[in-house]
Design a binder for this molecule. Structure first.
Ligand SMILES: O=P(O)(O)OC[C@H]1O[C@H](O)[C@H](O)[C@@H](O)[C@@H]1O
Length: 306
């Protein structure tokens, strides 16, 4: 569907409209009085979310991000599917799967009784996906923009063979200063350390709050449903509630890592932290034929407790 057809079918006057965004991508702009948000059909990705009264966006998108067909957008909430991290079948392949590189269809846009805006995206297998991953599937991303932001990813196995996936909601949270940040809720959780200089198969156990004072790239296991990110520099707390996920990735590339990535500015390591709701590492999801599985997250900005 082109812009005119999308606006004719789904636009909601004064609340939701489709516009041409960067790189010629289709962007969905939402302003419903509860919050403002920008989504894109490219990867069914949320790019920005700001609840009413908030000074800062919840999410970070790099000024160096790239926009275009088959390109990942560095920021917001990328959808990593059907493999998170390295592809177990072909490790040298692009990490995080292909769902974030594809154009998704818009299936529905609704205003909820509480005034929140709900958008449903869809993606199904085709010849191009079969060449990458030999399975039949339906995927749905549902985004609700209201006093909170929720993102839910549903996978249905449309074939007659079971298949296994790993996946993630790869949220990039805007931060004020890594030195004034704490991530709570991981205390006692075992993690796989994937930092650049970590030995292979390095593991650790989190003790207390996680602080970010160097490169962090960890896969935490046995994670509780609620995590909290306290950001004293922006004077706010981000509450992250995950569904159907006991694994979380925390990533900040730090300076050298940011410098090495073309779609990040070297100083961006000061501006974001990724706390990702995933099914990965030992949490592999098997889906039987005609069955479905879901992963979800709700993000809420609250005042920082003094
Ligand atoms: O640059 P991307 O492909 O978006 O991946 C960005 C990052 O994603 C996750 O957080 C991984 O744990 C990191 O190892 C990876 O560098």
């Amino acid at each position: 569907m082109d812009l005119d057809a999308l606006n004719a079918a789904f636009a909601r006057p004064d609340v939701l409209r489709f516009v041409e965004g960067r790189g010629g991508l289709i962007w969905i702009e939402i302003d419903n009085g509860l919050a403002r948000a920008t989504l894109t059909t490219h990867g069914a990705q949320v790019l920005s979310y700001r609840p009413a009264g908030a000074r800062d966006d919840l999410l970070f998108v790099s000024e160096c991000a790239t926009y275009g067909p088959e390109q990942e957008i560095k920021g917001g909430v990328p959808i990593c599917w059907p493999w998170f991290g390295r592809d177990p079948a072909i490790p040298e392949r692009q990490i995080h799967g292909f769902a974030r590189l594809r154009e998704w269809s818009v299936l529905a846009c609704e205003t909820r009784p509480d005034g929140a805006t709900w958008v449903r995206f869809g993606l199904a297998d085709d010849a191009a996906t079969h060449a990458l991953w030999p399975h039949y599937f339906n995927l749905w991303v549902e985004v609700t923009v209201g006093a909170t932001l929720t993102v839910t990813l549903t996978t249905r196995n449309a074939g007659d063979e079971p298949f296994a996936i790993t996946q993630g909601l790869h949220a990039y949270f805007k931060i004020g200063d890594p030195a004034q940040l704490q991530v709570h809720g991981l205390d006692g959780c075992r993690y796989l350390d994937k930092a650049t200089d970590a030995p292979a198969d390095a593991v650790g156990v989190q003790s207390g709050a996680l602080v970010v004072a160097a490169e962090v790239n960890r896969i935490y296991e046995g994670v509780p449903p609620r995590l909290v990110i306290d950001d004293a520099a922006l004077n706010r707390r981000i509450q992250l509630d995950s569904q159907h996920s006991r694994t979380c990735v925390v990533w900040n590339p730090w300076r050298a890592g940011a410098q090495a990535l073309p779609d990040l500015d070297v100083e961006d390591y000061r501006r974001f932290v990724c706390v990702e709701t995933v099914n990965a590492a030992s949490e592999v999801i098997w889906i039987a034929p005609q069955q479905a599985a879901q992963i979800g997250a709700e993000y809420r900005i609250v005042a920082l407790e003094s």
